[in-house]
Design a protein around this ligand. Structure first.
Ligand code: AMP
Ligand code: GLY
Length: 427
């Protein structure tokens, strides 16, 4: 099979690594990719927002499967646009991608399908939103309806914070994404990410992970795309996973199919494990970044085979086999991330770091300058380590981090702390 992966981050590099192991792969392209991926794939310098250009390339190269990494092209309908010219792609079409593209839409699906989620209201008028917030009181959560690059959510602990968030959103800080606002109850519990592979009718559990969204140790500092992750999430017991499949994933799939817009792709549920059971915070319609870097190394089945089957609506009924090992990923970001990452800093020592037992390094915002690898984006490197315990995976990952010479990068020093504590408590 000839495969084209769209994207250039650590997630797409991890997908490229996993797909490369399939005996079915004959040639791998990545657009636009990064220098790390160039070692295992051919980079195609395409603008992935230009669907016609992607379609023309896929036709010219005879691509059998396009795998779409990020959400923006999915929400913009790239899978439909490729289908129109006969190119098979893995990921939801435009209508099904609204599960990530519109928080209000997801809430309507939750209501329709009886999916447990935070109590909510959706508002287009600032006055009505303000009245609702005042009636509910703080704490309360204010969300721009549309895609806002992970910045459109404010968990307000005071009424003043909630009112400021409304002003910002209705004031146009997120453009059209904020023209409609969802306001919801604050959920309390442990947060986990859960991934299901869906073929429109059926879903297979792919496993769980926990992300670290804040920039600094101790879960402080600004929100980021994610500073590290581990898989599995120990809080996600088999019993809770079964509840999530039965009450959240399958009802959502059934509701989308009943609307005539079946969901094919990765349904990524952001969950809060509350005292009243797992509740949906949000859906994403793609793999997570950095969760994927920790999740995929644990999958023991042929990923390419599974993604193709899902794209064709022919997912087998068998469960996906996962290694019981933990994989833990530390993100190395450019100093100044997320506000203003510094570019151009040199990176050395990746080979030595990758030689640490169980370690794989994937690249994200990197570039080659005079044959030297340099930082060229916010999140730059992902150091993933596998081991039979979380503590050992964490130790290996930080050992590898220590071997990378990159004074222009920083990372959190406590990735996995929650799981390590849990492991220690369990003896
Ligand atoms: P999102 O951009 O929807 O992933 O939201 C960002 C983060 O805000 C989530 O990962 C949660 O930590 C938090 N969050 C969102 N909605 C709620 C909620 N209803 N209750 C508590 N925390 C929330
Ligand atoms: N790491 C969170 C996300 O991919 O949305």
């Amino acid at each position: 099979m000839k495969v084209l992966i769209l994207g250039s981050g650590g997630r797409e590099h991890a997908l490229a690594n996993a797909v490369s192991q399939s005996p079915d792969l004959s040639r791998l392209f990545v657009a636009p990719g990064n220098p790390g991926m160039a070692q295992i794939a051919t980079l195609a310098p395409l603008d992935i927002a230009d669907h016609a250009a992607v379609a023309a390339f896929a036709r010219a190269e005879g691509i059998d499967l396009v795998i779409v990494g990020p959400e923006a092209p999915l929400v913009a309908g790239i899978v439909d646009d490729l289908a129109l010219v006969g190119v098979r792609a893995f990921g939801p079409g435009r209508e099904a991608a609204r599960l990530e593209g519109s928080k209000g839409f997801t809430k309507e699906i939750c209501r329709e399908a009886g999916i447990p989620t935070a109590a909510w209201g959706r508002f287009r008028l600032p006055e009505a939103a303000l009245a609702y917030v005042r009636a509910q009181g703080a704490p309360i959560v204010v969300k721009a309806d549309g895609l806002a690059a992970g910045k459109g959510v404010v968990v307000a602990h005071t009424l003043a914070e909630a009112e400021a968030a409304l002003d910002q959103m209705f004031g146009g800080a997120f453009g059209a994404a904020g023209s409609s606002v969802v306001i919801e109850e604050m959920l309390v519990g442990e947060e986990v990410s859960f991934f299901a592979l869906c073929d429109g009718e059926r879903a297979a559990a792919l496993g769980s992970a926990q992300d670290h969204k804040r920039a600094l140790d101790g879960d402080r500092g600004p929100n980021t795309g994610g500073m590290g992750a581990y898989s599995p999430a120990p809080a996600m017991t088999p019993d809770i996973e079964a509840q999530v499949m039965a009450r959240i994933i399958r009802p959502a799939l059934a509701a989308m199919a009943a609307r005539g817009t079946p969901f094919r792709g990765i349904l990524f549920a952001g969950l809060m494990l509350t005292a009243a059971g797992p509740k949906l915070i949000e859906f994403n319609v793609r793999f997570g970044d950095p969760e994927t870097q920790a999740l995929l190394p644990r999958i023991q089945d042929d990923l390419l085979h599974m993604l193709r089957a899902a794209a064709d609506g022919q997912l087998p009924n068998a469960a996906v086999r996962l290694s019981p090992e933990t994989a833990l990923t530390v993100v190395m970001a450019a100093k100044g991330y997320p506000e203003s990452p510094e570019k151009g800093a040199a990176i050395r020592g990746l080979e030595r770091a990758a030689a640490v037992e169980g370690v794989t390094i994937t690249q994200a915002g990197t570039a080659l300058k005079n044959n030297l690898l340099v930082a060229a984006g916010g999140r730059v490197l992902n150091v993933t380590a596998r081991a039979s315990s979380v503590a050992e995976a964490q130790r290996r990952a930080y050992q590898a981090v220590g071997l990378i010479e990159a004074p222009g990068l920083f990372c959190r020093r406590d990735i996995g702390w929650r799981a390590v504590e849990r492991e220690r408590a369990a003896g």
